[in-house]
Design a protein around this ligand. Structure first.
Ligand SMILES: Cc1cc2nc3c(=O)[nH]c(=O)nc-3n(C[C@H](O)[C@H](O)[C@H](O)COP(=O)(O)OP(=O)(O)OC[C@H]3O[C@@H](n4cnc5c(N)ncnc54)[C@H](O)[C@@H]3O)c2cc1C
Length: 392
């Protein structure tokens, strides 16, 4: 039975939002309801990314939504966050695509690029005419990207790049890859490079057999003697910290996304528990243990909403520190995954079927827990902040 999402607001959270923020949230919700929900289970089954949504999402201003100029929507960070929440309520894979395009490709071009690079890419990317990917992770360098092996060597007016990147969202559909590499002539300092994906020596191969983020493209990238003009370096990148700054942007959106996924599974479990009857013709929602699970979920969702809204308000004042964002990402994705597991339980056998969105969200959230800094890595970032001791 298809259950229609009713929204989740136990604590009058909406009273903390402006009219504009509610409008952005509702417009995105409508888009997801009309364009994502009808197709997502089939795309997920087929392992298919819905390319037909790329341009419509551009028209709605979803890409680089919190950037200024270049045809971007110039949303506040809270508005941008609400877009991410609603997209992830639809599917984490779709939100991942938008996060990568916005926070991991447009943002570094915007923040660290030359004027020529901005002019070349940003407007086209805001419309969804051009797509990007972000190549940081490698087969042997995940949580510790400083161990990367990808190298860039200056050769006259060109750089020559060699290396392998792994688990790269949108890798095979991107027009441009932001590649992080150690520069030989700069004693191994990490810099960012814009690599057009049609350059000789650049190959992207999709990773198959995923049980998670099936409606999102995930690829490995191989760079063998890829030559790019020296002007393709992102000139304001100075080290690995610039890559981490991009991740910070993306993690902020993910923290909102976690709320969206949690809302989806909670609302589904609540509706299901109200109509599913077991024992004396009573809805399962009448059983204390089912209520306890639903209460845990709404309690954690309400706290997650407040946390990420606060971080968003701080970000709008340029006061959100990386450890604030780590706490929001760690908490919100963690509780979303726990909500999905509880919802799966409440749905009983139906919890494993894609007639309901719960298992898909649960499987997706396993990736979201791992990428953009694993749950453990964010624990260590917060631990480092409060103790002053680096435990990595
Ligand atoms: C679907 C998907 C899409 C992705 N998209 C991208 C992308 O677009 N671009 C990109 O660059 N990367 C991407 N990634 C990669 C992702 O960021 C990495 O998987 C992540 O950083 C973790 O690295 P790893 O998988 O190598 O795990 P590892 O680093 O090997 O970690 C394995 C386990 O060890 C733990 N661990 C590691 N070090 C420590 C420590 N010091 N203390 C305690 N515990 C530790 C981790 O928390 C984890 O539990 C994606 C991943 C997935 C699954």
């Amino acid at each position: 039975m298809a259950l229609k999402f009713r929204g989740v607001d136990f604590i009058d959270f909406d009273s903390l939002l402006s009219e504009d923020e509610i409008l952005v949230r509702d417009n995105t919700r409508k888009f997801v309801e009309e364009n994502v929900i009808p197709g997502i289970e089939q795309w997920n089954r087929d392992g298919k990314f819905p390319r037909e949504l790329i341009r419509p999402m551009g028209e709605l201003g979803f890409y680089g939504a919190n950037l200024k100029g270049y045809g971007c929507a110039e949303m506040s960070n809270v508005e941008y966050g609400l877009v991410m929440q609603e997209l992830e309520r639809g599917d984490s894979g779709l939100r991942s695509f938008v996060s990568v395009q916005s926070a991991l490709v447009m943002y570094p071009i915007y923040a660290f690029g030359s004027d020529a690079q901005k002019d070349q890419w940003l407007q086209a990317m805001a419309k969804g005419e051009k797509l990007g990917c972000f190549g940081l992770t490698e087969p042997d360098a995940g949580s510790n990207p400083g161990a990367m092996r990808t190298r860039a060597r200056k050769d006259g007016n060109e750089y020559v790049l060699n290396g392998e990147k792994m688990w790269i969202t949108s890798g095979s559909i991107a027009d441009v890859a932001v590649i992080w590499a150690k520069v030989d002539d700069e004693r191994g300092n990490v810099r960012g490079f814009l690599v057009e994906t049609d350059r000789p020596g650049f190959k992207a191969a999709d990773i198959h057999g995923k049980w998670s983020l099936r409606a999102s493209v995930t690829s490995s990238l191989s760079l063998q003697d890829v030559r790019i003009p020296a002007s393709n370096i992102l000139p304001k990148t100075e080290g690995l910290k610039n890559a981490l700054m991009c991740l910070n942007q993306a993690r902020y959106g993910i923290a909102w996304g976690g709320v969206g996924a949690a809302m989806a599974v909670y609302d589904c479990a609540l509706q299901y528990a109200q109509f599913r009857k077991q024992f004396r013709d009573q809805p399962i929602a009448s059983h204390q243990m089912v209520q306890e699970k639903l209460v845990w979920m709404i309690n954690e969702i309400s706290k997650a909403q407040l946390l990420v809204l606060h971080v968003g308000r701080l970000k709008d004042k340029n006061r959100a520190a990386h450890y604030h964002i780590s706490m929001a990402k760690r908490n919100n994705v963690g509780i979303a995954l726990e909500c999905a597991r509880m919802a799966r339980d409440i749905l009983g056998a139906n919890g494993i079927a894609d007639e309901y969105p719960v298992f898909r969200h649960m499987a997706n959230l396993e990736s979201v827990k791992t990428y953009e800094g694993t749950n453990d890595v964010h624990t260590l970032i917060i631990g480092q902040q409060i103790t002053g001791i680096d435990a990595f």
